[in-house]
Each structure stands twice: as structure tokens, then as C-alpha cells.
Design a protein around this ligand. Sequence first.
Ligand SMILES: Nc1ncnc2c1ncn2[C@@H]1O[C@H](COP(=O)(O)OP(=O)(O)OP(=O)(O)O)[C@@H](O)[C@H]1O
Ligand SMILES: [Mg+2]
Length: 260
Amino acid sequence: MKVAVSGKGGVGKTLVSAGLAYALARKGFKTIAIDADPSPNLALTLGLSPEESRRIVPISENKALIESKTGTGYSGVYRLTFTVDDIVRDYSVRTPFNVNLIVMGTIRSPGSGCTCPANAVVRSLLHHLVVERDEAVIVDMEAGVEHVGRGTAQHVDHMIVVVNANLKSLEIGRHIHDLAVKAGMRRVSVVANKIENETQQAVVESYALEHGLKILNVIPYDAKIAEAELRGETPLKYASESTAMKAIETLCERLLMENA
Ligand SMILES: Nc1ncnc2c1ncn2[C@@H]1O[C@H](COP(=O)(O)OP(=O)(O)OP(=O)(O)O)[C@@H](O)[C@H]1O
Ligand SMILES: [Mg+2]
């Protein structure tokens, strides 16, 4: 199962991505989490220490790797065909809850005019992970899908757009939803996160109804998650006692069911 997670800044994309990856790994799936946010922080949420997280060089910034894949020895000329399966083997990082992490760094869209070698490598790596691999793959993305080319987007099983109960995140969520559908993603649904009460849930539900969005699950605001984050701990440590983490597990089961 390949799942992409997007939404406005701060809505909880990284928590949902980490929680889904955790739930899949617990169910026995070989799981790869991809941090495709230009300001990556999935490593911490997956339980690596700040030191371990800092040591990870994003693929797009790994000059030696990019050069070894695309270099021709001629300046301005680079190779377009190279293998990427070995990058998964050599550069994925094992995290404490059995999820393998790959930190991509910045991925630019085909329309951005960026034809740099680093972009060629991260784009083919993303394509490889989504289209060719058997593992469960969760992609924590920035707000938007522009950088996911159509050939990759069509193979994403589910696109999750995370929203909170406020108009800005809902409007941005709707925009991302529409872009994802246009990009050819097959199932695009909304997950409401940090929901504190019934009024907030009703706000998201009526917006979804009005705009034809499907809500796959509602994740409550959970002080345990916020407190863990304050202490610099991974929220995954509290998976068995956190209402938010339980809701993410239910979300995972729904995704698996829809994908069966
Ligand atoms: N259900 C929840 N209950 C309580 N706190 C939450 C919940 N979901 C997320 N948070 C907190 O909200 C903050 C933002 O979450 P997170 O980093 O997952 O969002 P994001 O969308 O990935 O942000 P960014 O756009 O910066 O990458 C974090 O401090 C996180 O602990
Ligand atoms: Mg994030």
C-alpha cells in the first residue's frame, strides 16, 4: 500500500505519517516512510534522537551520491538513466519502531524548470518507491502535489489530506484535494486532526459535505501528543494510551480495507 500525506503547514501531516508507518510496521508490513518535506522532521517523530536525525543527509543534498549517479565528467552534462534500488538499500535509516526512513530533501515539480541532477535522482527514487517496490510506503509531503509527476501519482493508492477545524486549513486542503485528483491519484480523502469537540467536528463535516470531500477518520486533539513533543519525545512511545494514536491505527485499518 502506498499512501501520500499532505495538508497545510502544521496540521499534523508528520504525526499522521509517522503514526500510519508505525501501525503498518506493527501489523508486520515492511514499511518505508519517506520524508519529502523540504524542512524534514519525520526522523524525530519516528523516534530517532536529535543527534541521529541531524546526521541524516537528505538525498537531494548528498552531492557525492548525486555525482556518482548522474556524473559524466562533462560539465553541464549528466546521465539520465541510473539505478535507484541501491539508494534504498544504502541510505534508508532504521528507526526504533521498525520503520525504515528515507529523507529526500527538496523535490521540485517537472514544470519548475529545474533540470538539475539532484532533482532527477529524487524524482526517480520517489517513482521507484511508489511504483516498483513491494513495501508499504508512506510519504510525508509538503502542502501540495505539484512535485509528484503524473506517472508516480497514478500509483499512489491513497492520498490523505490532513485538515484542522479552521477555514484556512480546509480551503488549502480542498485545493490540494483537487490538485491530487487532477494529478490522477485514485483515492483522495480528508482526515480531520486535532479535533477538540463536537462543534469542531461539525465544522469539518459540513465543509466536507458542501465541497464533496470524503472524511476517512477524525483524530482527536490529544494533550499527550503535544506534551510528548514538548519534552522532545516521540509520540509513538505513547501509542497504547493515546486517543490520537488509536484513531490513526483505525485510519490505517480503513486504508488497508479500501485497498484490499
Ligand atoms: N492530534 C493531535 N493532538 C495534539 N497535538 C497534535 C496532534 N496532531 C499534531 N499535533 C501537534 O501539532 C504540531 C504539528 O504537527 P506536525 O508536525 O505533525 O504537523 P505538520 O503538518 O507535519 O507540520 P509542518 O507543516 O511544519 O511539517 C506538533 O507539535 C504535533 O505534536
Ligand atoms: Mg511535518
